[in-house]
Unconditional design. Structure first.
Length: 401
């Protein structure tokens, strides 16, 4: 796609026509055709944004950003350059989300705030990701179109499918695992393509995988389209999701704007883990702040953490322990629930949170042998640190009673 082929006035004109098409056009243009036109416009706008961010503004004309926006676009006329283009992409995504979930043939361009996360949730049952983050993902992925497929590739000189995903999200500060099989375990599941939002990951069995261990992944851009690195001999491209194999899984790794971080004890828990920690703690009879403190101290809430000793994931399970419990340590939900189960069992067995933490760190055999926190420097530092993060102390919480 030629970046020089599109300018912002052309984009806004196209959007205005989509919103209020002439009667003769509206009667002869199907919703599917309008959706296709919208997808093309979105892709062009993303390419234009990429050009701006890379310093090539020759193809962009920032005038007319408020054309067709009505009073709802008043705030856009005061920004220029990359910020203006970024806002336009966000508007496009909001309009796209509304069109995809409500089936409307027109786009709410004059009222960009009309499609809120709450409304998307009400329609789809899924919490929508931040539209700004989604815009970043889509624009960055679109800027990489044309990059050759290279097996094992993880850079703009060449990508394979999961390398593209890891690179795009990594540029936004979001860590995802390297392979499609591992990527299919992170974030939260999305139940169907109808509920998918831009920025979600789509998984396919592929030629080298299965439904349970996908071999291919793409980035959803909305309107039934995705950007992926298909296979050897092709380039990174945007294509129809329905044109290939069936989708076997969808995962949402982007944060959402409705959820908020929550303070538990002395720990600020990232929004995506709040409900998991609360429910896991309640199910295993331990305080939520204690579980939050343990996870924070173990990994800093990094689901891909790896220690020099070989501990893995957000709760730092050793592979043998994880396998024995049937837990995937890189699946945050499984790992947090597994940690809560262990901590609850240790607390019940030894009668104190301090000893439960010691057992988590040094193993229950050591705690039983020494009748409490073993004389290991690491464990003796670990226990009071985690208790303090939980807002507890060794003296006040030595006994569960």
């Amino acid at each position: 796609m030629s970046i020089s082929a599109v300018s912002l006035p052309e984009i806004t004109q196209t959007l205005a026509e989509l919103q209020n098409p002439p009667t003769s056009v509206a009667s002869s243009t199907s919703t599917a055709q309008q959706n296709e036109l919208f997808a093309t416009t979105l892709s062009q706008a993303a390419s234009a944004l990429s050009a701006t961010l890379s310093g090539d503004s020759s193809s962009l004309d920032s005038q007319g950003l408020d054309v067709g926006m009505g009073t709802g676009g008043a705030g856009l006329s005061s920004v220029t350059g990359a910020d203006a283009e970024l806002n336009l992409i966000s508007l496009l995504l909001l309009g796209q989300q509304d069109g995809a979930t409500s089936g409307a043939s027109s786009l709410p361009i004059s009222t960009p705030a009309a499609t809120s996360n709450a409304e998307v949730t009400a329609v789809t049952g899924e919490q929508a990701p931040s539209s700004t983050e989604a815009a970043h993902v889509v624009s960055l992925a679109a800027s990489l179109e044309g990059t050759p497929y290279v097996w094992g590739g993880t850079s703009p000189s060449g990508f394979d499918c999961s390398g593209l995903v890891q690179y795009v999200y990594g540029q936004l500060g979001i860590n995802v695992p390297r392979t499609s099989e591992e990527q299919a375990t992170v974030g939260t599941p999305v139940q169907s393509l109808a509920a998918a939002q831009p920025g979600d990951l789509l998984f396919f069995a592929g030629s080298d995988g299965t439904a349970s261990s996908p071999g291919h992944v793409g980035i959803y851009v909305g309107n039934g389209q995705m950007i992926d690195a298909p296979y050897t001999g092709t380039d990174v491209r945007q294509q129809s999701v329905s044109g290939g194999e069936p989708v076997v899984a969808i995962r949402r790794v982007l944060p959402n704007v409705a959820a908020t971080n929550t303070v538990m004890g002395q720990v600020t828990v990232p929004a995506q883990y709040v409900s998991t920690i609360q429910s896991a703690a309640a199910s295993n009879g331990i305080p939520a702040p204690l579980l939050a403190a343990l996870v924070s101290h173990e990994s800093g809430f990094n689901p891909n953490a790896m220690s020099s000793a070989g501990a893995e994931g957000i709760a730092q399970f050793m592979p043998s322990t994880a396998a024995g419990m049937g837990v995937n340590p890189f699946d945050s939900t499984q790992a947090i629930n597994g940690a809560a189960k262990l901590l609850g069992a240790y607390a019940s067995r030894f009668g104190s949170y301090a000893d439960a933490l010691a057992a988590y760190n040094a193993g229950p055999t050591a705690v039983a042998r020494y009748g409490g926190v073993p004389p290991y420097p690491e464990t003796q530092a670990y226990v009071p640190t985690v208790l303090a993060l939980a807002g507890l102390t060794t003296s006040t919480q030595e006994s569960l009673t």
